[in-house]
Design a protein around this ligand. Structure first.
Ligand code: UD1
Ligand code: MG
Length: 452
C-alpha cells in the first residue's frame, strides 16, 4: 500500500521565545522541520504533506525548493483539526503516517514499523517515560489492548500514574481515518479537536488499535523550548559520534564534536576535541584533525594533518598536506599534494602547487602558485585595488623572500627569486633575482633624542 506522510507543523512554539517559528529553529545547523522531512523521505512515500500555520511565510519560503505539499491550518484548533486540513491531499487507498515537525530525532526504522503496523487499522507509537507529565497517557484494557489516549489535562489521578505515553506519531489507513476525524468533538479541557480521540472512537467501533513501543524517550522527544533544543543537540551529537566511531573513526571525546551536516571519513581518521564540521565534509584515509578546527564544505585527501585551530571553508586539500596551527583556508583555496600552509596564513581563491609552502604570516588571495614554491614569512598578495580583484601568478620553484608585497596583476617567473622586503608591481623574469628596495644608508654620528 502507498504511504503519504503528514507532518504537523502549524503550532506556535511560544516557549521558544523567539521570532523564528519553532520548526525553523536549528538542530545541528538545520531547521527541525528539515530533519523531519528528510526522515519522512527515507520511506519513499507517495508524498510528504506539511500542515503549516504559525510563521507561514517564513516556513514556506525556507522550504520553497522542497518537493512537499502544503496544507494551511488557520486557525489552529488542535492536532485532529490539523490532520483534517491535509485530508484533501490524501487518497482513500493509502496509509497515512502522521508525524510532528518538532520531533526531529525519530529514526526511519521506527516510522517504517509504525506505518507497517497500520495495515488494517490505526497504530500509535508509544514510549515509557519516567516522568510522564504533560503527555497523553495510553489506557489499556485488562487484556492489554489499547483502549484510549487521555490527555494530561483530561486525565484522572489514576490515569496520570500511567507511564506509557503517546509520542503523538500515528498511522492509519486513510479510508478509516476520514470518518474518525469527522466525528471528533472539541469537548475537552483545551477545547481542541484532539487527534488522539480517534483511538477510543475506533475501539468503540470494534477496530483494534495497534501500539508500537520505542525503547528510547530521546528518539521521540518533542522540542518546545531552548533547553530541550540543547538536549536534542546533545543527543544528535552522540548519535553522529557513535556512528562515526562504529565506522572506525577515532574521536578523542565524543562529547566534543559537532557535525552540522554530512561528514564522510576514510579509514583511520583521528578527530581531536572541539572539531566542528558543517555542510558536506569529506576526510580521506589517515587524516588527522587537531583540536578546535572548524571545517565547512571541504574535501581533505588522505594523509593530511590539520593542526590545532584551523578554519576551512569551501576548500580542497590534496594528499599529505599540513595546515596550521591557526591556518585559514577560505572559499576557493586549493592545496595540491604535499603542500603546507603554516600559522597565521590565509588563503583565498588560490591554488598552491605540489609541495609548495607558505609557512608563516601570509595572505594569498587570487593567486596561482606553481609546484615547489617557497613563499616567505609575511608575504602579501595585494589583490585588491579598492575596486577590483587581480591575480598573482607564481611559476614553479620560485622563491619569494620574507616580507614581500606582490601587487597584482603580476607574474613571477619559474625559478625566480624575489628579495626580502620587495614591493613587486612589475613582472619578475624567470630564473633571476629581482629586488625592489631603497638603498640602505647609515647616518654617521646620529644620536637618539634625549628626554628633556
Ligand atoms: C500531543 C498529543 C499528546 C502527546 C504529545 C506528544 C494530542 C491531542 N495530544 O500533545 O497525546 O503525548 O503530543 O508530544 O494530539 N499542531 C498543529 N496544529 C494544531 C495543534 C498542533 O499543527 O492545531 C502541531 C504542533 O505544531 C506540533 C504537534 O502538532 O508539531 C503537537 O502539538 P502540541 O500542541 O505540541 O500537542 P501536545 O499538547 O504536546
Ligand atoms: Mg507538544
Amino acid at each position: 500500500m502507498d504511504i503519504s506522510v503528514v507532518i504537523l507543523a502549524a503550532g506556535q512554539g511560544t516557549r521558544m521565545r523567539s521570532a523564528l517559528p519553532k520548526v525553523l529553529q536549528p538542530l545541528a545547523g538545520r531547521p527541525l522541520l528539515e530533519h523531519v522531512i528528510s526522515t519522512a523521505e527515507t520511506l519513499k512515500p507517495r508524498q510528504v504533506c506539511v500542515v503549516y500555520g504559525h510563521g507561514a511565510e517564513q516556513v514556506l519560503e525556507h522550504f520553497s525548493d522542497r518537493d512537499v505539499q502544503w496544507a494551511l491550518q488557520e486557525p489552529q484548533l488542535g492536532t485532529g483539526h490539523a490532520v483534517q486540513q491535509a485530508m484533501q491531499h490524501l487518497r482513500e487507498d493509502e496509509t497515512v503516517l502522521i508525524i510532528y515537525g518538532d520531533v526531529p530525532l525519530v529514526l526511519p526504522a521506527t516510522i517504517e514499523s509504525l506505518a507497517k503496523a497500520a495495515s488494517d487499522g490505526p497504530a500509535i507509537l508509544t514510549v515509557i517515560e519516567t516522568d510522564p507529565t504533560g503527555y497523553g497517557r495510553i489506557v489499556r484494557d485488562p487484556a492489554g489492548a489499547v483502549s484510549a489516549i487521555v490527555e494530561e489535562k483530561d486525565a484522572t489521578d489514576d490515569q496520570r500514574r500511567i507511564s506509557e505515553v503517546n509520542t503523538g506519531l500515528l498511522a492509519c489507513p486513510v479510508n478509516q481515518l476520514g470518518p474518525l476525524l469527522d466525528a471528533l468533538k472539541a469537548d475537552n479541557a483545551q477545547g481542541e479537536y484532539y487527534l488522539t480521540d480517534i483511538v477510543a472512537a475506533a475501539v468503540a467501533d470494534g477496530v483494534s488499535v495497534a501500539a508500537v513501543m520505542v525503547d528510547s524517550p530521546t528518539e521521540v522527544m518533542g522540542i518546545n523550548d531552548k533547553l530541550q533544543l540543547a538536549d536534542a543537540e546533545r543527543a544528535y551529537r552522540e548519535r553522529v559520534a557513535a556512528s562515526l566511531m562504529t565506522d572506525g573513526v577515532t574521536i578523542v571525546d565524543p562529547a566534543r564534536i559537532d557535525v552540522r551536516g554530512t561528514l564522510n571519513c576514510g579509514s583511520d581518521v583521528i578527530i581531536d576535541v572541539n572539531a566542528v564540521f558543517e555542510g558536506e565534509v569529506e576526510l580521506g584515509d589517515n587524516v588527522s584533525i587537531g583540536p578546535n578546527c572548524v571545517v565547512k564544505n571541504s574535501r581533505i585527501a588522505s594523509g593530511t594533518t590539520l593542526n590545532a585551530n584551523c578554519v576551512l571553508e569551501d576548500a580542497v586539500v590534496g594528499k599529505d598536506c599540513d595546515i596550521g596551527p591557526f591556518g585559514r583556508l577560505r572559499p576557493g583555496a586549493e592545496m595540491k599534494q604535499g603542500s603546507r600552509v603554516g600559522n597565521f596564513v590565509e588563503v583565498k581563491q588560490t591554488i598552491l602547487g605540489v609541495g609548495s609552502k607558505a609557512n608563516h604570516l601570509t595572505y594569498l588571495g587570487d593567486a596561482v602558485i606553481g609546484d615547489g614554491v617557497n613563499v616567505g614569512c609575511g608575504t602579501i598578495t595585494c589583490n585588491y585595488d579598492g575596486a577590483n580583484k587581480h591575480q598573482t601568478v607564481i611559476g614553479d620553484n620560485a622563491f619569494i623572500g620574507s616580507g614581500v608585497e606582490l601587487v597584482a596583476p603580476v607574474n613571477i617567473g619559474a625559478g625566480a627569486t624575489i628579495g626580502a622586503g620587495s614591493t613587486v608591481s612589475k613582472d619578475a623574469p624567470a630564473g633571476e633575482l629581482t629586488l625592489e628596495r631603497a638603498k640602505q644608508a647609515t647616518v654617521k654620528g646620529w644620536k637618539r633624542p634625549a628626554k628633556q
